[in-house]
Design a protein around this ligand. Sequence first.
Ligand code: ADP
Ligand code: MG
Length: 255
Amino acid sequence: MSDATVELVKAHLKQLRLPAMGQELEKLARDAASSNQSYEQFLLRLTEFELAARAANAVAARIKHAGFPVLKDLDTYDFSAMPGLSKPKVLELARGEWLAQNYNCCLIGSPGTGKTHLAVALGQAACREGYRVRFYTAAALVSRLEQAQKQYTLDRFLGQLDRADLLICDELGYVSFSCGGVELLFRVFTDRYERSSLLLTSNLAFSEWVQVFQGERMTAALLDRLTHRCHILEMNGESYRFRESMRGKRARKSE
Ligand code: ADP
Ligand code: MG
């Protein structure tokens, strides 16, 4: 291709909003010429680049939109530190079939055992599988719901939550809420029942949830729906953070 032709094709691709094809054009054209590819093969490879770039951009946009507090992944999760947790089960969840079936997932365990780490990792895996995800701590979600109610924008906010295939609610149980807050949270959770998925993390065993959802009746109703179709992972053990810092101290002592 002459320089003028290349520049013109690039300008057209830009106008057609096909940037990855524009970027790869010259390299792929050279490859195609040197390996005697047909025009169709060249075009196929060029369009494959555009599709791959679009898919990667869509995943990045879903991850950004999810609002994860940190970006932790499964490859940095040390399963040997949590022997009670089934690695195959977690890997199966990362494939996302539970989301297609509108199942829920609860990660229950003591502080520092990696619940947030796994919640984010599973959330990111869901984004990669094409699902829309929203991440909130329970406290942030309740305060956002209360704020929306005050500003008469509750329906709009509930609509946004509704569009998420997976709602992650982290740290249920650390702070207790007002009656109004609890009712809003209850509404969000029960609205999703059998329609979309919830991933909850909590330091409280189910028997202690009555502390959060003030009142036996509401707690029982919630747990009934939540756990009906639910993967429950118990993550009890020593805090990973604590163990790492003790290991650091021991190492420094022995130096
Ligand atoms: P939790 O939410 O259960 O309190 P976090 O997920 O916040 O715990 O974990 C605390 C810190 O320890 C984080 O930096 C997390 O990445 C790390 N962590 C916890 N468990 C593991 C693990 N098994 N492998 C690697 N890092 C871990
Ligand atoms: Mg946490």
